[in-house]
Design a binder for this molecule. Structure first.
Ligand code: HEM
Length: 125
């Protein structure tokens, strides 16, 4: 589900050295300059996305987000990465209804990956 990936944006940023374009957003880019692409910021851009702070199931054009990057380096594993978001319990509807949140998520300490270190749940079988 694209809205989950947009809202979470697991890869926070990537960096390029001396991109092909000599100018970006009105700023000159000199050889050797480094440009950081904040995917997490782009995915909250109110100029491009309606009410970006809201999680909207069924958002129109939901696939047009930046969580997988853009251009020639865009993630080649995007479809594979979306599979657990679409079906977290491997197609078992009973397991899905029995998963219960048992506490708050422990965040990964990183400025690169927005990850979760721990998420206590109980799954009744
Ligand atoms: C939620 C999971 C994932 C996220 C958020 C993600 C995100 C990204 C992002 C943002 C880039 C762009 C990097 C750049 O512009 O420099 C990228 C590139 C890439 N991803 Fe993923 N990715 C995910 C899962 C996967 C999976 C499952 C695979 C492979 C099975 C994969 C393979 C790749 C590869 C090979 C590239 C490099 C493409 C290139 O440089 O041409 N990714 N990914």
């Amino acid at each position: 589900m694209s809205e989950v990936i947009r809202y979470q944006t697991p890869v926070i940023h990537m960096r390029r050295t001396r991109p092909a374009t000599p100018e970006l957003g009105g700023k000159a880019i000199k050889q050797g300059d480094k440009v950081v692409m904040w995917y997490v910021s782009g995915n909250r851009d109110e100029g491009a996305i309606d009410e970006p702070e809201r999680f909207v199931v069924g958002r129109p054009r939901a696939r047009l987000h930046l969580a997988f990057g853009a251009g020639i380096h865009r993630c080649v594993g995007d479809r594979l990465a979306e599979m657990p978001a679409k079906d977290p319990v491997g197609g078992d509807p009973e397991a899905q209804s029995c998963a219960r949140d048992r506490g708050s998520a422990g965040a990964l300490y990183s400025n690169f990956i927005r990850g979760i270190r721990s998420l206590p749940v109980v799954i009744r079988t």
